[in-house]
Design a binder for this molecule. Structure first.
Ligand code: NAD
Ligand code: UGA
Length: 455
């Protein structure tokens, strides 16, 4: 009764939400999401989903058991489907050639080999994971290695969703990108994937290209976004020296329609599982083609991000009279951005570690990410508190690490009253009313504008 059978290998931050959206929007298709992580698959079958993403549970509930299924039977999912999305992780390589920069494609290649082993009928294999440009060529080589006449077409359909807004991004994407070979078989497969998205995405937002452009566009999109943050963060350092205010500068610059206003919020640094790894990968690819100047250019985006994280901690120590030994410091937020429990590459990890190196007593509060924080800082002498008021009690300083909306509306007078004096507030996200907090008694250190100090 289903008109298409779609499988997705990898039930993570991308595989789960994207397939749930396809299943909700296309009841005529059967969608099977497979992963070797049983705990994750089990969680997708409950109402405590394995990832926190606003609105996602409603999407999953609309389709689960109807045409959306979660399983650890990867071989079965491959056999049943004619269209297979592969959405496994592609982290930075930690060993051997290209360690610390190149993408580790071992998970991807394992899946390709499993698809080859299990397939007895033609399949369209879709690169949903972010991959180095030219990976499709390797995939085609592996998939066509058996030479038994089963045809595989490799399509690149990178995902642009951001965590915390995944449901909205999937419902109303700026664009969906589908790249294929420009052969008759390639164009036919491309059309099949276009048809899936056309169920809810307007035609003008479905962009097609050759397969290499699609692969490369994903890396470049992340590099451009991260570059904007590094650009404004570099200016935040200059603002602090010159009494300019980075929020005012970003506003004035962003109003130029050629620049645009988004992704110009200065911060303690960008985090997340992808920006750093994708830029490192871009750098590695440029190096491997001998494009050293291009590689250095993009590498500087990461250098600036690391500088911003270090600068933030140094400023904290300097402000607190050059020693934080035994001082209780409360980190408000641990996820890499608001509205997610994900802490991968969160600047808060770096900040927490550095503060502990200086022998501060670190306490962490976060509405969704405490479990992941415990994992990231396993073994470290950190206190965790669900309640931000509890975290701040007796603290010398509060540092805002994540722009959770609820931090804007806390009773900051009550927090000030419960802290050691002088009380410090470091706003790593520039989300609070700095002057108002100063008037309550805090010594306030925003990013990219002068501090408000009582001494
Ligand atoms: P993730 O780690 O959350 O999920 C990957 C899943 O793949 C895991 O559950 C893992 O168990 C599974 N897996 C690994 N090897 C497998 C195998 N051989 N068989 C079956 N399952 C296997 O990763 P993610 O954040 O969903 O990212 C996946 C890809 O999408 C990456 O390439 C990433 O760069 C890209 N991406 C991520 C985001 C994001 O917001 N997280 C956005 C766009 C693109
Ligand atoms: C990012 C991209 O926005 C997505 O398009 C892409 O699909 C995804 O990476 C990916 O490939 O994984 P994500 O990392 O989920 O999405 O979140 P972003 O909203 O991009 O934020 C990344 C980091 O930059 C966060 O730490 C955020 O706080 C920080 N940021 C963002 C700033 O510091 N300033 C800003 O103005 C915007």
């Amino acid at each position: 009764m289903f008109t298409k059978r779609i499988a997705c290998i990898g039930a993570g931050y991308v595989g789960g939400p994207t397939m749930a959206m396809i299943a909700m929007k296309c009841p005529q298709y059967k969608v099977i999401v497979a992963d070797l992580n049983k705990a994750r698959i089990d969680a997708w079958q409950t109402d405590s989903l394995p990832i926190y993403e606003p609105g996602l549970l409603d999407v999953v509930q609309a389709a689960r058991g109807r045409n959306l299924f979660f399983t650890t039977d990867i071989a079965g999912a491959i056999r049943e489907a004619e269209i297979i999305f592969v959405s496994v992780n592609t982290p930075t390589k930690t060993f051997g050639e290209g360690a610390g920069r190149a993408a580790d494609l071992q998970y991807w290649e394992k899946v390709a080999r499993e698809i080859l082993r299990e397939s007895t009928s033609p399949k369209i294999v879709i690169e949903k994971s972010t991959l180095p440009v030219k990976t499709a060529q390797t995939m085609e080589t592996i998939l066509n290695a058996k030479g038994d006449g089963v045809h595989f077409e490799v399509i690149s359909n990178p995902e642009f969703l951001a965590e915390g807004t995944a449901v909205k991004d999937l419902l109303e994407p700026d664009r969906v990108l589908i790249g294929s070979r420009e052969t008759p078989e390639g164009l036919k497969a491309r059309q099949e994937i276009v048809d899936i998205y056309a169920n809810w995405v307007p035609a003008e937002r479905i962009v097609t290209s050759n397969v290499w452009s699609a692969e490369l566009s994903k890396l470049v999109a992340n590099a451009f976004l991260a570059q904007r943050i590094s650009s404004i963060n570099s200016i935040s350092a200059l603002c602090e020296k010159t009494e300019a205010n980075v929020r005012e500068v970003a506003h004035a610059v962003g109003m130029d329609s050629r620049v645009g206003s988004r992704f110009l919020n200065a911060s303690v640094g960008f985090g997340g599982s992808c920006f750093k790894k994708d830029i490192l990968n871009l750098v590695y690819i440029c190096e491997s083609y001998g494009l050293h100047e291009v590689a250095r250019y993009w590498e500087s985006v990461i250098t600036m991000n690391e500088y911003q994280e270090q600068r933030f901690v140094r400023a904290m120590i300097r402000a607190m009279f050059n020693t934080i030994v035994d001082k209780r410091i409360a980190l408000f937020g641990f996820s890499f951005k608001a509205d997610t429990s994900d802490t991968r590459e969160s600047p808060a990890i770096f900040v927490a570690r550095k503060l502990m190196e200086e022998r501060a007593r670190v306490v962490i509060t976060d509405p969704k990410a405490i479990e992941n924080a415990r994992h990231d800082l396993e073994g470290a002498p950190v206190e965790y508190a669900e309640d931000p008021y509890q975290a701040a009690r007796g603290a010398h300083a509060v540092a805002i690490m994540t722009e959770w909306e609820e931090y804007r509306t806390l009773d900051w007078g009550k927090i000030y009253g419960s802290m050691e004096k002088p009380a410090f507030l470091f706003d790593g996200r520039n989300i609070l009313d700095h002057k108002g907090l100063y008037e309550l008694g805090f010594n306030v250190y925003p990013l990219g504008s002068p501090a408000y100090r009582h001494f």
